[in-house]
Write a protein that binds this ligand. Structure first.
Ligand code: KG4
Ligand code: ZN
Length: 353
Protein backbone atom coordinates (compact mmCIF):
# COMPACT_ATOMS: atom_id res chain seq x y z
CA UNK A 1 0.00 0.00 0.00
CA UNK A 2 1.25 3.51 -0.87
CA UNK A 3 -0.36 6.74 0.27
CA UNK A 4 0.55 10.30 -0.70
CA UNK A 5 0.08 12.76 2.15
CA UNK A 6 -0.36 16.54 1.86
CA UNK A 7 -0.07 19.09 4.70
CA UNK A 8 -1.00 22.77 4.24
CA UNK A 9 -2.93 23.73 7.39
CA UNK A 10 -0.54 26.35 8.78
CA UNK A 11 2.89 27.51 7.59
CA UNK A 12 4.52 24.28 6.42
CA UNK A 13 3.92 23.08 2.86
CA UNK A 14 4.67 19.37 2.76
CA UNK A 15 4.09 16.20 0.77
CA UNK A 16 5.14 12.63 1.60
CA UNK A 17 4.75 9.08 0.38
CA UNK A 18 4.44 6.41 3.07
CA UNK A 19 3.87 2.70 2.56
CA UNK A 20 1.69 0.27 4.48
CA UNK A 21 4.60 -0.80 6.70
CA UNK A 22 5.29 2.79 7.75
CA UNK A 23 8.32 3.24 5.51
CA UNK A 24 8.77 6.87 4.46
CA UNK A 25 9.64 6.87 0.75
CA UNK A 26 9.83 10.66 0.39
CA UNK A 27 9.00 13.70 2.50
CA UNK A 28 9.86 17.07 0.90
CA UNK A 29 8.84 20.01 3.12
CA UNK A 30 9.24 23.78 3.00
CA UNK A 31 8.43 26.23 5.76
CA UNK A 32 7.35 29.83 5.36
CA UNK A 33 9.42 31.38 8.14
CA UNK A 34 10.89 34.02 5.80
CA UNK A 35 7.45 35.07 4.51
CA UNK A 36 5.87 35.47 7.94
CA UNK A 37 8.85 36.68 10.02
CA UNK A 38 8.33 40.38 9.14
CA UNK A 39 4.82 40.16 10.68
CA UNK A 40 5.89 38.27 13.82
CA UNK A 41 3.40 35.46 13.18
CA UNK A 42 1.53 33.56 10.47
CA UNK A 43 -0.57 35.72 8.11
CA UNK A 44 -3.34 33.46 6.69
CA UNK A 45 -3.55 35.08 3.25
CA UNK A 46 0.23 35.00 2.81
CA UNK A 47 0.25 31.35 3.89
CA UNK A 48 -2.48 30.31 1.42
CA UNK A 49 -0.69 31.97 -1.49
CA UNK A 50 2.65 30.37 -0.55
CA UNK A 51 1.01 26.91 -0.35
CA UNK A 52 -0.52 27.45 -3.79
CA UNK A 53 2.81 28.49 -5.29
CA UNK A 54 4.74 25.52 -3.85
CA UNK A 55 2.47 22.53 -3.45
CA UNK A 56 2.48 21.36 -7.07
CA UNK A 57 6.27 21.21 -7.14
CA UNK A 58 6.45 19.43 -3.78
CA UNK A 59 3.94 16.77 -4.78
CA UNK A 60 5.91 16.17 -8.00
CA UNK A 61 9.10 15.80 -5.95
CA UNK A 62 7.46 13.45 -3.45
CA UNK A 63 6.27 11.15 -6.25
CA UNK A 64 9.60 11.30 -8.14
CA UNK A 65 11.66 10.51 -5.04
CA UNK A 66 9.33 7.61 -4.23
CA UNK A 67 9.59 6.41 -7.84
CA UNK A 68 5.80 6.33 -8.21
CA UNK A 69 3.17 7.78 -10.53
CA UNK A 70 -0.27 8.72 -9.14
CA UNK A 71 -1.93 5.61 -10.62
CA UNK A 72 0.45 3.43 -8.56
CA UNK A 73 -0.82 5.00 -5.33
CA UNK A 74 -3.63 3.46 -3.28
CA UNK A 75 -4.79 6.74 -1.83
CA UNK A 76 -4.11 10.43 -1.38
CA UNK A 77 -4.61 11.96 2.05
CA UNK A 78 -4.68 15.69 2.80
CA UNK A 79 -5.28 17.71 5.94
CA UNK A 80 -8.93 18.81 5.68
CA UNK A 81 -8.85 20.73 8.98
CA UNK A 82 -8.52 22.10 11.57
CA UNK A 83 -6.34 24.96 10.42
CA UNK A 84 -6.18 28.13 8.34
CA UNK A 85 -8.92 27.57 5.81
CA UNK A 86 -7.15 29.05 2.76
CA UNK A 87 -4.25 26.63 3.09
CA UNK A 88 -6.51 23.70 3.92
CA UNK A 89 -8.48 24.37 0.72
CA UNK A 90 -5.30 24.43 -1.39
CA UNK A 91 -4.20 21.02 -0.06
CA UNK A 92 -7.68 19.51 -0.24
CA UNK A 93 -8.21 20.53 -3.86
CA UNK A 94 -4.82 19.15 -4.89
CA UNK A 95 -5.61 15.81 -3.21
CA UNK A 96 -9.10 15.61 -4.70
CA UNK A 97 -7.74 16.39 -8.18
CA UNK A 98 -5.11 13.65 -7.96
CA UNK A 99 -7.61 11.13 -6.54
CA UNK A 100 -10.17 11.89 -9.24
CA UNK A 101 -7.63 11.77 -12.09
CA UNK A 102 -5.92 8.59 -10.89
CA UNK A 103 -9.10 6.86 -9.73
CA UNK A 104 -7.76 6.25 -6.21
CA UNK A 105 -9.11 6.81 -2.69
CA UNK A 106 -9.29 10.32 -1.23
CA UNK A 107 -8.84 10.69 2.53
CA UNK A 108 -9.79 13.90 4.34
CA UNK A 109 -7.47 13.71 7.34
CA UNK A 110 -7.96 15.52 10.64
CA UNK A 111 -4.61 17.24 11.23
CA UNK A 112 -4.82 16.40 14.94
CA UNK A 113 -5.29 12.73 14.11
CA UNK A 114 -2.06 12.96 12.11
CA UNK A 115 -0.22 14.16 15.24
CA UNK A 116 -2.05 11.56 17.37
CA UNK A 117 -1.09 8.52 15.28
CA UNK A 118 2.53 9.41 14.43
CA UNK A 119 3.97 7.24 17.25
CA UNK A 120 2.36 4.20 15.65
CA UNK A 121 4.49 4.81 12.56
CA UNK A 122 7.70 5.70 14.45
CA UNK A 123 7.45 3.30 17.39
CA UNK A 124 4.59 0.89 16.67
CA UNK A 125 2.73 2.01 19.81
CA UNK A 126 -0.44 -0.01 20.43
CA UNK A 127 -3.85 1.37 21.44
CA UNK A 128 -4.91 2.56 23.97
CA UNK A 129 -2.60 5.36 25.10
CA UNK A 130 -2.78 8.76 26.75
CA UNK A 131 -1.91 11.59 24.37
CA UNK A 132 -0.62 15.03 25.33
CA UNK A 133 -1.19 17.10 22.19
CA UNK A 134 0.82 20.31 22.41
CA UNK A 135 0.99 22.58 19.39
CA UNK A 136 0.48 26.16 18.30
CA UNK A 137 -3.28 25.77 18.14
CA UNK A 138 -4.04 23.01 20.66
CA UNK A 139 -3.25 21.88 24.18
CA UNK A 140 -5.20 18.76 25.06
CA UNK A 141 -5.01 15.44 26.87
CA UNK A 142 -6.87 12.61 25.15
CA UNK A 143 -7.25 8.88 25.54
CA UNK A 144 -6.62 7.32 22.13
CA UNK A 145 -8.61 4.07 21.92
CA UNK A 146 -8.23 3.55 18.18
CA UNK A 147 -8.27 5.25 14.80
CA UNK A 148 -11.05 7.85 15.00
CA UNK A 149 -11.71 6.98 18.67
CA UNK A 150 -10.68 9.77 21.03
CA UNK A 151 -11.83 10.76 24.48
CA UNK A 152 -10.77 14.23 25.55
CA UNK A 153 -9.85 14.52 29.24
CA UNK A 154 -8.62 18.10 29.18
CA UNK A 155 -8.12 21.16 27.04
CA UNK A 156 -6.92 24.72 27.46
CA UNK A 157 -9.43 27.24 28.69
CA UNK A 158 -7.62 30.06 26.87
CA UNK A 159 -4.32 29.95 24.92
CA UNK A 160 -2.64 26.86 23.50
CA UNK A 161 0.81 26.17 24.91
CA UNK A 162 2.61 26.91 21.61
CA UNK A 163 0.65 30.12 21.29
CA UNK A 164 1.83 31.15 24.78
CA UNK A 165 5.43 30.38 23.82
CA UNK A 166 5.11 32.30 20.56
CA UNK A 167 3.59 35.34 22.29
CA UNK A 168 6.16 35.24 25.10
CA UNK A 169 8.97 35.05 22.53
CA UNK A 170 7.57 38.10 20.83
CA UNK A 171 7.49 40.00 24.14
CA UNK A 172 11.12 38.98 24.69
CA UNK A 173 12.07 40.25 21.23
CA UNK A 174 13.04 36.72 20.17
CA UNK A 175 10.93 36.64 17.01
CA UNK A 176 8.96 33.91 15.28
CA UNK A 177 8.60 30.93 15.59
CA UNK A 178 8.76 31.44 19.32
CA UNK A 179 9.06 27.95 20.80
CA UNK A 180 12.44 27.09 19.27
CA UNK A 181 13.66 30.66 19.95
CA UNK A 182 12.78 30.32 23.64
CA UNK A 183 14.51 26.95 23.83
CA UNK A 184 17.68 28.38 22.25
CA UNK A 185 17.70 31.50 24.43
CA UNK A 186 17.02 29.47 27.60
CA UNK A 187 20.12 27.37 26.94
CA UNK A 188 22.24 30.48 27.62
CA UNK A 189 20.52 31.37 30.94
CA UNK A 190 22.79 32.05 33.90
CA UNK A 191 20.09 32.60 36.52
CA UNK A 192 16.89 30.77 35.48
CA UNK A 193 15.34 31.37 38.92
CA UNK A 194 15.61 35.19 38.67
CA UNK A 195 12.08 35.72 37.34
CA UNK A 196 9.13 34.24 39.25
CA UNK A 197 6.34 33.24 36.87
CA UNK A 198 2.97 31.66 37.73
CA UNK A 199 1.95 28.04 37.06
CA UNK A 200 -1.72 28.47 36.09
CA UNK A 201 -4.07 25.58 37.04
CA UNK A 202 -1.36 23.59 38.83
CA UNK A 203 -2.89 21.51 41.61
CA UNK A 204 -6.47 21.66 40.28
CA UNK A 205 -8.29 18.35 40.21
CA UNK A 206 -9.49 18.57 36.58
CA UNK A 207 -6.52 18.34 34.22
CA UNK A 208 -7.34 21.43 32.11
CA UNK A 209 -4.74 24.01 31.08
CA UNK A 210 -4.53 27.80 31.07
CA UNK A 211 -1.69 29.92 29.72
CA UNK A 212 -2.96 33.48 29.38
CA UNK A 213 -1.86 34.35 32.94
CA UNK A 214 1.66 33.21 32.16
CA UNK A 215 1.76 35.41 29.08
CA UNK A 216 0.52 38.38 31.14
CA UNK A 217 3.21 37.74 33.77
CA UNK A 218 5.87 37.71 31.05
CA UNK A 219 4.55 41.07 29.85
CA UNK A 220 4.83 42.47 33.39
CA UNK A 221 8.34 41.09 33.82
CA UNK A 222 9.44 42.69 30.55
CA UNK A 223 7.84 46.00 31.58
CA UNK A 224 9.90 45.91 34.78
CA UNK A 225 13.18 45.82 32.84
CA UNK A 226 15.09 48.91 31.65
CA UNK A 227 13.53 50.44 28.50
CA UNK A 228 15.04 49.78 25.06
CA UNK A 229 16.24 46.55 23.46
CA UNK A 230 16.46 43.72 25.98
CA UNK A 231 19.80 42.72 27.38
CA UNK A 232 20.67 39.18 26.11
CA UNK A 233 21.19 37.90 29.66
CA UNK A 234 17.71 39.17 30.68
CA UNK A 235 16.29 37.52 27.56
CA UNK A 236 18.01 34.24 28.40
CA UNK A 237 16.94 34.18 32.07
CA UNK A 238 13.36 35.09 31.25
CA UNK A 239 13.20 32.55 28.41
CA UNK A 240 14.41 29.88 30.83
CA UNK A 241 11.77 30.93 33.36
CA UNK A 242 9.05 30.64 30.68
CA UNK A 243 10.27 27.23 29.57
CA UNK A 244 10.34 25.76 33.07
CA UNK A 245 6.96 27.28 33.98
CA UNK A 246 5.41 25.71 30.86
CA UNK A 247 7.08 22.37 31.60
CA UNK A 248 5.82 22.44 35.20
CA UNK A 249 2.25 23.10 34.02
CA UNK A 250 2.38 20.34 31.41
CA UNK A 251 3.81 17.80 33.86
CA UNK A 252 1.30 18.60 36.62
CA UNK A 253 -1.71 18.47 34.30
CA UNK A 254 -0.48 15.32 32.56
CA UNK A 255 0.06 13.62 35.93
CA UNK A 256 -3.60 14.30 36.80
CA UNK A 257 -4.76 12.93 33.48
CA UNK A 258 -2.61 9.80 33.91
CA UNK A 259 -4.37 9.10 37.20
CA UNK A 260 -7.80 9.69 35.66
CA UNK A 261 -7.03 7.59 32.58
CA UNK A 262 -5.60 4.70 34.59
CA UNK A 263 -8.57 4.74 36.97
CA UNK A 264 -10.96 4.30 34.03
CA UNK A 265 -8.76 2.01 31.90
CA UNK A 266 -5.98 0.31 33.93
CA UNK A 267 -4.43 -1.12 30.74
CA UNK A 268 -3.28 2.38 29.72
CA UNK A 269 0.42 2.50 30.59
CA UNK A 270 1.80 4.59 27.75
CA UNK A 271 2.12 8.36 27.62
CA UNK A 272 2.54 9.88 24.17
CA UNK A 273 3.34 13.51 23.39
CA UNK A 274 2.87 15.05 19.95
CA UNK A 275 2.69 18.44 18.24
CA UNK A 276 5.34 21.08 17.64
CA UNK A 277 5.96 21.84 21.34
CA UNK A 278 6.87 18.16 21.92
CA UNK A 279 10.10 18.90 20.01
CA UNK A 280 11.32 20.74 23.15
CA UNK A 281 14.13 18.85 24.89
CA UNK A 282 13.27 19.93 28.44
CA UNK A 283 9.59 19.08 28.00
CA UNK A 284 10.46 15.67 26.51
CA UNK A 285 12.81 14.90 29.42
CA UNK A 286 10.29 16.01 32.03
CA UNK A 287 7.51 13.88 30.52
CA UNK A 288 9.84 10.93 30.30
CA UNK A 289 10.67 11.36 34.01
CA UNK A 290 6.98 11.60 34.92
CA UNK A 291 6.11 8.42 33.03
CA UNK A 292 9.11 6.53 34.41
CA UNK A 293 8.25 7.43 38.01
CA UNK A 294 4.83 5.79 37.54
CA UNK A 295 6.03 2.74 35.68
CA UNK A 296 4.63 4.00 32.39
CA UNK A 297 6.45 4.28 29.09
CA UNK A 298 6.76 7.63 27.33
CA UNK A 299 6.94 7.85 23.55
CA UNK A 300 7.51 11.07 21.63
CA UNK A 301 8.17 11.18 17.87
CA UNK A 302 11.58 12.47 16.73
CA UNK A 303 11.58 16.31 16.69
CA UNK A 304 11.20 16.48 12.89
CA UNK A 305 7.90 14.57 13.15
CA UNK A 306 6.58 16.59 16.12
CA UNK A 307 5.98 19.75 14.11
CA UNK A 308 3.68 19.84 11.12
CA UNK A 309 4.64 17.44 8.34
CA UNK A 310 3.03 15.35 5.61
CA UNK A 311 4.40 12.00 6.82
CA UNK A 312 1.85 12.01 9.64
CA UNK A 313 -0.96 12.85 7.22
CA UNK A 314 0.04 10.06 4.83
CA UNK A 315 0.29 7.66 7.79
CA UNK A 316 -3.17 8.62 9.10
CA UNK A 317 -4.33 7.90 5.54
CA UNK A 318 -2.68 4.45 5.66
CA UNK A 319 -4.33 3.69 9.00
CA UNK A 320 -7.77 4.73 7.73
CA UNK A 321 -7.42 3.02 4.37
CA UNK A 322 -6.47 -0.23 6.13
CA UNK A 323 -9.83 0.00 7.92
CA UNK A 324 -11.59 0.42 4.60
CA UNK A 325 -12.26 4.10 5.14
CA UNK A 326 -12.22 6.83 2.47
CA UNK A 327 -14.03 10.13 1.94
CA UNK A 328 -16.23 11.52 -0.85
CA UNK A 329 -14.80 14.18 -3.15
CA UNK A 330 -17.37 16.69 -1.91
CA UNK A 331 -15.97 16.54 1.64
CA UNK A 332 -15.92 20.17 2.86
CA UNK A 333 -12.77 21.46 4.63
CA UNK A 334 -13.33 22.15 8.32
CA UNK A 335 -11.60 25.13 9.98
CA UNK A 336 -12.59 23.60 13.36
CA UNK A 337 -12.62 19.84 13.79
CA UNK A 338 -12.31 18.46 17.35
CA UNK A 339 -11.05 14.89 17.79
CA UNK A 340 -13.73 14.30 20.44
CA UNK A 341 -16.81 16.28 19.36
CA UNK A 342 -18.75 15.01 22.39
CA UNK A 343 -16.36 16.42 25.00
CA UNK A 344 -18.12 18.78 27.39
CA UNK A 345 -16.77 22.35 27.37
CA UNK A 346 -14.15 23.00 30.07
CA UNK A 347 -15.41 25.18 32.92
CA UNK A 348 -14.36 28.77 32.26
CA UNK A 349 -13.30 28.00 28.70
CA UNK A 350 -13.19 30.78 26.13
CA UNK A 351 -14.48 30.35 22.60
CA UNK A 352 -11.29 28.71 21.35
CA UNK A 353 -11.42 25.77 23.74
O1 KG4 B 1 2.32 21.23 15.55
P1 KG4 B 1 2.85 22.54 15.07
O2 KG4 B 1 4.03 22.51 14.11
O3 KG4 B 1 1.74 23.41 14.40
C1 KG4 B 1 0.43 23.43 14.88
O4 KG4 B 1 -0.34 22.48 14.54
O5 KG4 B 1 0.14 24.36 15.64
O6 KG4 B 1 3.26 23.39 16.37
C2 KG4 B 1 3.80 24.68 16.26
C3 KG4 B 1 4.14 25.18 17.64
C4 KG4 B 1 4.58 26.65 17.65
O7 KG4 B 1 3.88 27.31 18.68
C5 KG4 B 1 6.08 26.55 17.95
O8 KG4 B 1 6.57 27.70 18.63
C6 KG4 B 1 6.14 25.32 18.81
O9 KG4 B 1 5.23 24.42 18.20
N1 KG4 B 1 7.47 24.71 18.85
C7 KG4 B 1 8.22 24.57 19.97
C8 KG4 B 1 9.45 24.01 19.57
N2 KG4 B 1 9.40 23.81 18.21
C9 KG4 B 1 8.18 24.24 17.80
N3 KG4 B 1 7.95 24.88 21.26
C10 KG4 B 1 8.92 24.64 22.17
N4 KG4 B 1 10.13 24.12 21.86
C11 KG4 B 1 10.44 23.79 20.58
N5 KG4 B 1 11.63 23.28 20.27
ZN1 ZN C 1 0.15 20.64 14.04
Amino acid sequence: MHVLGIETSCDETAAAVVDGDGRVLSAPLTDQVAEHAPYGGVVPEVAARAHLARLGGLVGRALDEAGLTPDRLDGVAATAGPGLIGGVMVGSMMAKGIAAAAGIAYLAVNHLEGHALTVRLTDGVDFPYLLLLISGGHCQLLVVDGVGRYRRLATTIDDAVGEALDKSARLLGLGYPGGPAIERAAAAARDPGRFALPRPMVGRSEPHFSFSGLKAAVRRAVAGLPPGPMDPSDQADLAAAVQVAVADCLVDRTARAMSAAAAAQPQIRCLVAAGGVAANRMIRDRLDGLAGARGWTCTVPPPALCGDNAVMIAWAGVERLRLGQADPLDFAPRPRWPLDPDAPPATGAGVKA
